[in-house]
Ligand binder design. Structure first.
Ligand SMILES: Cc1cc2nc3c(=O)[nH]c(=O)nc-3n(C[C@H](O)[C@H](O)[C@H](O)COP(=O)(O)OP(=O)(O)OC[C@H]3O[C@@H](n4cnc5c(N)ncnc54)[C@H](O)[C@@H]3O)c2cc1C
Length: 317
């Protein structure tokens, strides 16, 4: 029901009397309500922390399930399961590592998740090879990567300044065959959403700087990130979780620039025109949603915030 004129001053009392308030965040709720927008790891983790801290939390998710891309799929019968999204833990000193320690979850180096035979593989000319295989092209790919990137990641200062920073140029100088280049491209760069032609040597080395307690390389939860989602769902049973609730508009100040949050409530509206109000809002949607202005903020976000949103990039190179 569209009963609000967006440009009108949103005096809290007027708003309260104009809307069919949705759920427990109606006008009578206490002043510690938080709405969290987005129901994947950031949203679930925020739900847990805030509900533990005594806030009355409502989690809004546009999709009809929680957990986003954290799920596994088996592409074909007989093939192993693979993660559709998050798989690796980047670094050893992360929240995930801490939770794993506290909850006795097993963490393994990614290439050794279980049986050696089940580890990460390269598919090359109709066959699977382990990354430590001595198949000639895979070995050249591995040795060249080791020489140019891994063995030198902490010696950047000594680099001959006349050498190109393009990984592709360096590999071309070594006279690598296209097959070897393709193996490296697939093996090393697919997770960066980059391509060899656009990858810099320094960038490659910089990625090696994350410290892992068992040495260089990625690791993963033996039971995948689904374990983390399960943990958050189990521990946020008291959080009001609403699915198919796509936030379309957030009214966070009235026209006189008086922050609603200071004494009133922030208002969120979904794709059906339903309304929820909150004292605080935590937004965990992807940056692209904000960049594309899929959520309308009334009034617009301050210029410095918009600039920051637009400047943050998620790039592989
Ligand atoms: C293919 C792939 C592989 C990846 N691999 C790794 C990896 O190995 N390791 C790693 O650490 N990271 C990995 N990532 C990155 C990881 O997925 C993200 O860092 C992580 O998902 C971010 O979680 P989040 O909770 O911040 O946001 P998201 O996962 O983006 O969740 C945001 C949620 O907000 C919801 N939403 C959007 N708009 C609205 C709206 N208007 N109203 C309500 N809800 C809304 C979305 O439906 C979504 O569920 C990978 C990403 C991809 C795509």
């Amino acid at each position: 029901m569209e009963t609000v004129n967006e440009s009108s001053t949103l005096m809290l009392n007027a708003v309260q009397s104009s809307f069919p308030w949705n759920g427990r965040l109606g006008g009578l709720s206490p002043d510690n309500q938080v709405v969290i927008v987005g129901g994947v790891l950031a949203g679930l983790a925020a739900s847990l922390s805030l509900s533990k801290a005594g806030f009355d939390v409502v989690l809004l998710e546009a999709a009809n399930y929680l957990g986003g891309r954290v799920m596994q799929a088996q592409p074909f019968k007989g093939f192993g399961y693979f993660d559709l999204g998050e798989e690796f833990i980047h670094g050893s000193n992360t929240v995930v590592n801490k939770l794993a320690l506290d909850n006795d979850w097993l963490i393994l180096p990614a290439a050794h998740s279980g049986d050696e035979e089940e580890g990460e593989k390269n598919y090359y000319k109709g066959k699977f090879y382990s990354l430590s295989s001595n198949q000639p092209e895979i070995k050249v790919a591995r040795d060249t990567w080791e020489e140019i990137i891994s063995s030198r990641y902490n010696h950047q200062g000594n680099e001959d300044g006349s050498l190109s920073d393009s990984l592709y140029d360096r590999f071309q100088d070594k006279g690598l065959s296209q097959d070897v280049l393709d193996i490296i491209d697939y093996w090393k760069l697919r997770i960066s959403a980059g391509s060899l032609k656009h990858y810099g040597v320094r960038e490659g080395r910089r990625r090696m700087e994350s410290k892992f307690e068992w040495g260089l390389g990625n690791c993963r939860l033996a039971e995948s990130y689904s374990q983390l989602v399960k943990y958050y769902l189990n521990n946020t049973r008291d959080v009001d979780k609403r699915l198919n609730w796509q936030v379309k508009k957030i009214v966070w100040k009235d026209e006189d620039s008086h922050i609603l949050n200071a004494g009133g409530r922030i208002l969120l509206k979904n794709q059906h025109g339903e309304i929820i109000t909150a004292k605080y809002v935590v937004i965990t949607v992807p940056l692209t949603i904000l960049k594309d202005r899929d959520i309308t903020f009334v009034p617009e976000l301050p210029a410095d915030k918009s600039r920051a949103i637009n400047r943050i990039q998620m790039l592989g190179v």
